[in-house]
Design a protein around this ligand. Structure first.
Ligand code: AMP
Length: 331
Protein backbone atom coordinates (compact mmCIF):
# COMPACT_ATOMS: atom_id res chain seq x y z
CA UNK A 1 0.00 0.00 0.00
CA UNK A 2 1.32 3.42 -0.93
CA UNK A 3 2.29 5.69 1.93
CA UNK A 4 -0.12 8.57 2.59
CA UNK A 5 1.42 11.92 1.58
CA UNK A 6 3.08 13.61 4.55
CA UNK A 7 1.10 16.37 6.21
CA UNK A 8 2.07 19.77 4.79
CA UNK A 9 4.47 21.66 7.04
CA UNK A 10 2.48 24.03 9.27
CA UNK A 11 2.88 27.65 8.23
CA UNK A 12 5.07 29.84 10.41
CA UNK A 13 3.57 33.12 11.69
CA UNK A 14 5.85 34.90 9.17
CA UNK A 15 4.40 32.82 6.31
CA UNK A 16 0.85 33.40 7.51
CA UNK A 17 1.30 37.16 7.65
CA UNK A 18 2.97 37.19 4.25
CA UNK A 19 0.08 35.24 2.70
CA UNK A 20 -2.51 37.44 4.37
CA UNK A 21 -0.75 40.60 3.15
CA UNK A 22 -0.51 39.34 -0.43
CA UNK A 23 -4.14 38.19 -0.43
CA UNK A 24 -5.37 41.57 0.81
CA UNK A 25 -3.31 43.46 -1.79
CA UNK A 26 -4.65 41.23 -4.58
CA UNK A 27 -8.21 41.84 -3.38
CA UNK A 28 -7.49 45.57 -3.40
CA UNK A 29 -6.23 45.30 -7.00
CA UNK A 30 -9.38 43.46 -8.03
CA UNK A 31 -11.62 46.09 -6.44
CA UNK A 32 -9.84 49.16 -7.77
CA UNK A 33 -9.78 50.21 -11.40
CA UNK A 34 -6.99 51.69 -13.52
CA UNK A 35 -8.94 54.94 -13.39
CA UNK A 36 -8.44 55.07 -9.60
CA UNK A 37 -4.68 55.30 -10.08
CA UNK A 38 -4.96 58.61 -11.90
CA UNK A 39 -4.54 61.80 -9.88
CA UNK A 40 -7.45 64.27 -9.76
CA UNK A 41 -5.74 66.47 -12.28
CA UNK A 42 -3.06 65.42 -14.76
CA UNK A 43 -1.73 66.38 -18.15
CA UNK A 44 -1.38 64.09 -21.11
CA UNK A 45 0.99 64.93 -23.95
CA UNK A 46 0.05 63.05 -27.09
CA UNK A 47 2.34 63.24 -30.13
CA UNK A 48 1.13 63.17 -33.72
CA UNK A 49 2.83 60.46 -35.80
CA UNK A 50 3.61 63.15 -38.44
CA UNK A 51 6.12 64.72 -36.02
CA UNK A 52 9.83 64.36 -36.88
CA UNK A 53 11.58 61.89 -34.57
CA UNK A 54 14.28 64.44 -33.71
CA UNK A 55 11.61 66.97 -32.66
CA UNK A 56 9.92 64.40 -30.45
CA UNK A 57 13.11 64.21 -28.37
CA UNK A 58 12.99 67.95 -27.63
CA UNK A 59 9.35 67.73 -26.62
CA UNK A 60 10.00 64.89 -24.19
CA UNK A 61 12.97 66.73 -22.65
CA UNK A 62 11.18 70.11 -22.43
CA UNK A 63 8.24 68.49 -20.67
CA UNK A 64 10.33 66.23 -18.41
CA UNK A 65 8.61 63.09 -19.67
CA UNK A 66 10.12 59.87 -21.03
CA UNK A 67 7.23 58.49 -23.05
CA UNK A 68 4.06 59.65 -24.83
CA UNK A 69 1.08 58.06 -26.57
CA UNK A 70 1.06 58.46 -30.36
CA UNK A 71 -1.89 59.59 -32.44
CA UNK A 72 -2.35 58.92 -36.13
CA UNK A 73 -4.38 61.95 -37.22
CA UNK A 74 -4.92 60.53 -40.73
CA UNK A 75 -7.14 57.78 -39.40
CA UNK A 76 -7.87 59.38 -35.98
CA UNK A 77 -6.54 56.39 -34.08
CA UNK A 78 -4.24 55.70 -31.18
CA UNK A 79 -0.95 54.44 -32.65
CA UNK A 80 1.00 53.02 -29.70
CA UNK A 81 3.36 54.55 -27.14
CA UNK A 82 6.67 56.25 -27.83
CA UNK A 83 9.29 55.07 -25.29
CA UNK A 84 13.06 54.95 -24.83
CA UNK A 85 12.99 51.58 -26.64
CA UNK A 86 12.01 53.40 -29.86
CA UNK A 87 15.07 55.64 -29.57
CA UNK A 88 17.23 52.57 -28.94
CA UNK A 89 15.84 51.16 -32.20
CA UNK A 90 16.70 54.43 -33.98
CA UNK A 91 20.26 54.21 -32.63
CA UNK A 92 20.59 50.63 -33.83
CA UNK A 93 19.28 51.70 -37.24
CA UNK A 94 21.92 54.42 -37.31
CA UNK A 95 24.63 51.85 -36.52
CA UNK A 96 23.40 49.33 -39.08
CA UNK A 97 22.81 51.86 -41.88
CA UNK A 98 25.40 54.63 -41.25
CA UNK A 99 25.01 55.95 -44.82
CA UNK A 100 21.39 56.82 -44.19
CA UNK A 101 22.09 59.55 -41.65
CA UNK A 102 20.41 62.29 -43.72
CA UNK A 103 17.35 60.09 -44.22
CA UNK A 104 17.21 59.37 -40.50
CA UNK A 105 16.99 63.10 -39.85
CA UNK A 106 13.79 63.28 -41.87
CA UNK A 107 12.12 60.26 -40.29
CA UNK A 108 8.80 60.89 -38.60
CA UNK A 109 7.28 58.98 -35.71
CA UNK A 110 5.14 57.15 -38.27
CA UNK A 111 8.39 55.51 -39.51
CA UNK A 112 9.11 53.81 -36.17
CA UNK A 113 7.52 50.47 -37.19
CA UNK A 114 9.65 50.50 -40.40
CA UNK A 115 12.80 51.17 -38.38
CA UNK A 116 11.86 48.31 -36.07
CA UNK A 117 11.44 46.01 -39.08
CA UNK A 118 14.68 47.15 -40.77
CA UNK A 119 16.80 46.27 -37.72
CA UNK A 120 14.91 43.03 -37.09
CA UNK A 121 13.69 44.04 -33.61
CA UNK A 122 10.77 42.14 -32.12
CA UNK A 123 7.87 44.58 -31.99
CA UNK A 124 6.59 45.29 -28.50
CA UNK A 125 2.95 44.38 -28.35
CA UNK A 126 0.95 47.45 -27.36
CA UNK A 127 -1.71 46.24 -25.00
CA UNK A 128 -4.24 48.70 -23.71
CA UNK A 129 -6.96 48.46 -21.12
CA UNK A 130 -10.27 50.18 -20.50
CA UNK A 131 -9.88 52.56 -17.52
CA UNK A 132 -12.82 51.07 -15.65
CA UNK A 133 -11.48 47.50 -15.76
CA UNK A 134 -9.94 46.16 -12.53
CA UNK A 135 -6.36 47.19 -11.95
CA UNK A 136 -5.55 43.50 -11.49
CA UNK A 137 -6.36 42.94 -15.17
CA UNK A 138 -4.17 45.82 -16.34
CA UNK A 139 -1.28 44.40 -14.30
CA UNK A 140 -1.73 40.85 -15.59
CA UNK A 141 -1.61 42.18 -19.14
CA UNK A 142 1.49 44.25 -18.43
CA UNK A 143 3.33 41.31 -16.89
CA UNK A 144 2.38 39.00 -19.75
CA UNK A 145 3.77 41.31 -22.42
CA UNK A 146 6.62 42.75 -20.30
CA UNK A 147 5.21 46.24 -20.98
CA UNK A 148 6.37 48.77 -18.40
CA UNK A 149 3.39 51.02 -19.07
CA UNK A 150 -0.15 50.54 -20.30
CA UNK A 151 -2.41 53.06 -22.06
CA UNK A 152 -5.95 53.48 -20.77
CA UNK A 153 -8.12 53.58 -23.86
CA UNK A 154 -11.82 54.43 -23.87
CA UNK A 155 -14.35 55.03 -26.66
CA UNK A 156 -15.47 58.59 -27.30
CA UNK A 157 -19.26 58.54 -26.93
CA UNK A 158 -19.81 61.15 -29.67
CA UNK A 159 -17.49 59.86 -32.36
CA UNK A 160 -17.31 56.20 -31.32
CA UNK A 161 -13.54 56.44 -31.73
CA UNK A 162 -10.75 55.39 -29.39
CA UNK A 163 -9.45 58.02 -26.95
CA UNK A 164 -6.37 57.68 -24.80
CA UNK A 165 -7.30 58.80 -21.29
CA UNK A 166 -3.84 58.38 -19.78
CA UNK A 167 -0.93 55.98 -19.49
CA UNK A 168 -0.12 54.20 -16.23
CA UNK A 169 3.30 52.81 -15.43
CA UNK A 170 4.53 49.98 -13.19
CA UNK A 171 5.89 52.66 -10.87
CA UNK A 172 2.48 54.45 -10.58
CA UNK A 173 0.74 51.19 -9.78
CA UNK A 174 3.27 50.15 -7.14
CA UNK A 175 3.07 53.60 -5.59
CA UNK A 176 -0.74 53.33 -5.55
CA UNK A 177 -0.49 49.94 -3.81
CA UNK A 178 2.08 51.28 -1.34
CA UNK A 179 0.15 54.43 -0.43
CA UNK A 180 -3.21 52.69 0.01
CA UNK A 181 -2.08 49.46 1.67
CA UNK A 182 0.23 50.42 4.50
CA UNK A 183 -1.71 48.09 6.83
CA UNK A 184 -1.19 45.21 4.35
CA UNK A 185 2.36 45.85 3.19
CA UNK A 186 3.42 45.87 6.84
CA UNK A 187 2.62 42.13 6.87
CA UNK A 188 5.20 41.45 4.15
CA UNK A 189 8.07 40.79 6.55
CA UNK A 190 10.00 38.28 4.48
CA UNK A 191 13.37 39.45 3.28
CA UNK A 192 14.65 39.93 -0.23
CA UNK A 193 16.86 36.87 0.40
CA UNK A 194 13.91 34.70 1.61
CA UNK A 195 11.88 35.64 -1.44
CA UNK A 196 14.81 35.54 -3.87
CA UNK A 197 13.35 38.75 -5.21
CA UNK A 198 15.18 40.00 -8.32
CA UNK A 199 18.12 38.72 -10.36
CA UNK A 200 21.44 37.66 -8.80
CA UNK A 201 23.27 35.69 -11.47
CA UNK A 202 24.74 36.66 -14.80
CA UNK A 203 24.24 40.36 -14.09
CA UNK A 204 24.90 42.78 -16.94
CA UNK A 205 27.22 45.52 -15.65
CA UNK A 206 29.37 48.31 -17.08
CA UNK A 207 32.17 50.63 -15.95
CA UNK A 208 32.15 54.43 -15.99
CA UNK A 209 34.44 54.31 -19.04
CA UNK A 210 32.22 51.91 -21.06
CA UNK A 211 30.74 53.67 -24.09
CA UNK A 212 27.04 54.47 -24.17
CA UNK A 213 26.73 52.42 -27.34
CA UNK A 214 28.17 49.33 -25.62
CA UNK A 215 25.69 49.72 -22.77
CA UNK A 216 22.82 50.12 -25.24
CA UNK A 217 23.89 46.92 -27.00
CA UNK A 218 23.95 45.17 -23.64
CA UNK A 219 20.44 46.37 -22.82
CA UNK A 220 19.18 45.20 -26.22
CA UNK A 221 20.86 41.77 -26.16
CA UNK A 222 19.73 41.09 -22.58
CA UNK A 223 16.31 42.73 -22.89
CA UNK A 224 16.81 44.82 -19.75
CA UNK A 225 16.20 48.48 -18.98
CA UNK A 226 19.08 49.19 -16.60
CA UNK A 227 22.77 48.37 -16.25
CA UNK A 228 24.53 48.97 -12.90
CA UNK A 229 27.84 50.81 -13.19
CA UNK A 230 30.54 49.31 -10.96
CA UNK A 231 34.22 49.96 -10.22
CA UNK A 232 37.07 47.44 -10.46
CA UNK A 233 36.10 46.06 -7.02
CA UNK A 234 32.47 45.52 -8.11
CA UNK A 235 31.34 48.43 -5.92
CA UNK A 236 28.20 50.13 -7.23
CA UNK A 237 28.76 53.68 -8.48
CA UNK A 238 25.55 54.32 -10.39
CA UNK A 239 23.17 52.71 -12.87
CA UNK A 240 22.52 53.59 -16.51
CA UNK A 241 18.86 53.41 -17.45
CA UNK A 242 17.23 53.19 -20.89
CA UNK A 243 15.71 56.65 -20.37
CA UNK A 244 19.23 58.12 -19.94
CA UNK A 245 19.57 57.73 -23.70
CA UNK A 246 17.07 60.50 -24.41
CA UNK A 247 19.30 63.49 -23.47
CA UNK A 248 22.28 61.75 -25.12
CA UNK A 249 20.83 61.89 -28.64
CA UNK A 250 19.12 65.27 -28.37
CA UNK A 251 19.68 67.23 -31.60
CA UNK A 252 20.68 64.06 -33.47
CA UNK A 253 24.00 63.74 -31.62
CA UNK A 254 24.40 60.05 -32.46
CA UNK A 255 28.20 60.34 -32.59
CA UNK A 256 28.23 61.19 -28.87
CA UNK A 257 27.14 57.65 -28.20
CA UNK A 258 30.81 56.74 -28.46
CA UNK A 259 31.30 58.86 -25.33
CA UNK A 260 31.48 57.24 -21.90
CA UNK A 261 28.62 56.33 -19.61
CA UNK A 262 30.18 58.62 -17.00
CA UNK A 263 29.78 61.62 -19.33
CA UNK A 264 26.26 60.58 -20.27
CA UNK A 265 25.16 60.41 -16.63
CA UNK A 266 26.14 64.07 -16.22
CA UNK A 267 23.34 64.91 -18.70
CA UNK A 268 20.66 63.66 -16.33
CA UNK A 269 18.07 66.26 -15.28
CA UNK A 270 18.87 67.91 -11.96
CA UNK A 271 15.82 66.46 -10.24
CA UNK A 272 16.88 62.88 -11.08
CA UNK A 273 16.48 60.94 -7.81
CA UNK A 274 19.54 58.75 -8.50
CA UNK A 275 19.70 55.06 -7.68
CA UNK A 276 18.17 53.26 -4.74
CA UNK A 277 19.99 50.41 -3.08
CA UNK A 278 18.93 47.77 -0.59
CA UNK A 279 20.47 44.71 1.05
CA UNK A 280 19.41 41.08 0.83
CA UNK A 281 18.34 41.36 4.48
CA UNK A 282 15.84 44.13 3.77
CA UNK A 283 12.23 43.12 4.14
CA UNK A 284 9.63 43.61 1.45
CA UNK A 285 7.70 45.99 3.71
CA UNK A 286 10.71 48.31 3.87
CA UNK A 287 10.91 48.27 0.07
CA UNK A 288 7.26 49.33 -0.01
CA UNK A 289 8.17 52.11 2.42
CA UNK A 290 10.81 53.36 0.00
CA UNK A 291 8.33 53.20 -2.90
CA UNK A 292 5.80 55.13 -0.80
CA UNK A 293 8.28 57.93 -0.18
CA UNK A 294 10.40 58.10 -3.35
CA UNK A 295 10.39 57.84 -7.12
CA UNK A 296 11.93 54.38 -7.28
CA UNK A 297 12.27 52.64 -10.63
CA UNK A 298 14.41 49.74 -9.45
CA UNK A 299 16.63 48.76 -6.53
CA UNK A 300 20.25 47.71 -6.79
CA UNK A 301 21.04 45.06 -4.16
CA UNK A 302 24.42 45.58 -2.47
CA UNK A 303 26.36 43.99 0.39
CA UNK A 304 27.89 45.76 3.42
CA UNK A 305 30.77 47.01 1.28
CA UNK A 306 28.44 48.40 -1.39
CA UNK A 307 29.41 45.58 -3.74
CA UNK A 308 26.85 44.54 -6.33
CA UNK A 309 24.75 41.50 -5.46
CA UNK A 310 21.64 41.86 -7.66
CA UNK A 311 18.96 43.97 -9.28
CA UNK A 312 15.29 44.20 -8.29
CA UNK A 313 13.11 45.63 -11.03
CA UNK A 314 9.60 46.89 -10.44
CA UNK A 315 8.43 44.00 -12.61
CA UNK A 316 10.07 41.56 -10.14
CA UNK A 317 8.13 43.13 -7.26
CA UNK A 318 4.84 43.25 -9.18
CA UNK A 319 5.26 39.66 -10.34
CA UNK A 320 5.79 38.53 -6.76
CA UNK A 321 2.88 40.56 -5.37
CA UNK A 322 0.50 39.41 -8.10
CA UNK A 323 1.50 35.88 -8.93
CA UNK A 324 3.45 34.26 -6.09
CA UNK A 325 1.68 31.05 -4.91
CA UNK A 326 -1.31 32.14 -6.91
CA UNK A 327 -3.18 28.87 -6.49
CA UNK A 328 -3.24 29.56 -2.72
CA UNK A 329 -5.56 32.47 -3.43
CA UNK A 330 -8.31 30.28 -4.77
CA UNK A 331 -8.54 28.43 -1.46
P1 AMP B 1 13.57 45.36 -16.31
O1 AMP B 1 14.05 45.43 -17.69
O2 AMP B 1 14.26 46.32 -15.41
O3 AMP B 1 12.07 45.39 -16.19
O4 AMP B 1 14.01 43.90 -15.78
C1 AMP B 1 13.61 42.72 -16.43
C2 AMP B 1 14.24 41.52 -15.71
O5 AMP B 1 15.66 41.56 -15.89
C3 AMP B 1 13.99 41.51 -14.21
O6 AMP B 1 13.73 40.18 -13.78
C4 AMP B 1 15.30 42.02 -13.60
O7 AMP B 1 15.59 41.46 -12.33
C5 AMP B 1 16.33 41.58 -14.64
N1 AMP B 1 17.43 42.58 -14.75
C6 AMP B 1 17.31 43.93 -14.70
N2 AMP B 1 18.53 44.52 -14.85
C7 AMP B 1 19.44 43.51 -15.00
C8 AMP B 1 20.86 43.45 -15.19
N3 AMP B 1 21.59 44.56 -15.27
N4 AMP B 1 21.44 42.23 -15.31
C9 AMP B 1 20.70 41.09 -15.26
N5 AMP B 1 19.36 41.09 -15.08
C10 AMP B 1 18.72 42.27 -14.94
Amino acid sequence: MADAPPDPKPLSPLDKDQRQGLKAIREFLRKRTSYDVLPLSFRLIVLDTDLLIKKSLNILIQNSIVSAPLWDSHISRFAGILTATDYINVIQYHCQFPDEMSKLDQFRLASLPDIEKAIGATPIETVSVHPSKPLYEALRRMLKTRARRIPLVDLDEETGRETVISVITQYRILKFIAVNNEHNTILLKKTVRDLQLGTYTDLAVARMGTTVLEVINLMVSRNISCVPIVDSENRVLNAFEAVDIIPCIKGGAYDELNGSVGEALCKRPEDNPGIFTCSEDDRLDSIFDTIRKSRVHRLVVVDDENKLKGVISLSDILKYVLLHGEEDDAA
